[in-house]
Design a protein around this ligand. Structure first.
Ligand code: ZN
Length: 180
């Protein structure tokens, strides 16, 4: 991200919106917005390899980590969407520390996203690096581009799923029921 360019662009945006950007509340806004974007998009270009390669041997069955809270930025409106993700996987001899799953979510949430791709990228990365027998991701989010404008359905939720590898209907249903 080119911070100076973002600052300039936000100045131009405020001008285009007809605002007086020299007034008290706005004078540091371009800098604040640039810093916010730097943080919100800090996962851009990263992989979760460093988090998913620290594994422990385990011959256990399915692992489910639910209520992993995240926030991301919708690439269609540059507005936040946020919610929670559940990750379920069937280990093939190794498991990863639970906090590493949350870190994996961060890598993919901190970039311009759509919820469907976020869900799929997390599943694909876990398959690629941890190599479980199967993985299932459930993601529930509220999109501020939906709830603060347009149809204004306050509190409406969008749910996306992605299953890869060995993850049959019965197990998916089991994970989904855990989320209710
Ligand atoms: Zn949107």
């Amino acid at each position: 991200m080119d911070r100076e360019k973002v600052i300039k662009a936000v100045e131009d945006l405020l001008d285009a919106l007809g605002e007086d950007r020299t007034r008290e509340g706005l004078k540091d806004t371009p800098r604040r917005v640039a810093d916010a974007y730097a943080e919100l998009l800090s996962g851009e270009g990263k992989t979760a390899e460093e988090h998913l390669t620290r594994t422990f041997a385990s011959d256990g069955d399915m692992v489910v980590e639910s209520d992993i809270y995240f926030s991301s930025v919708c690439e269609h409106h540059l507005m936040p969407f946020f919610g929670k993700i559940a990750i379920a996987y069937i280990p093939d001899g190794k498991v990863v520390g639970l906090s590493k799953l949350a870190r994996t979510v961060e890598v993919f949430a901190r970039r311009l996203q759509i919820q469907e791709r976020l869900t799929r990228q997390i599943a694909e990365e876990i398959m690629r690096v941890l190599k479980p027998k199967g993985v299932f991701i459930a993601c529930e989010a509220e999109h501020t581009c939906m709830t603060c404008r347009g149809v204004k359905k306050a509190g409406s939720k969008t749910v996306t799923y992605c299953a890869l590898g060995e993850f049959d209907e019965k197990r998916r249903a089991e994970v989904i029921s855990l989320l209710k």
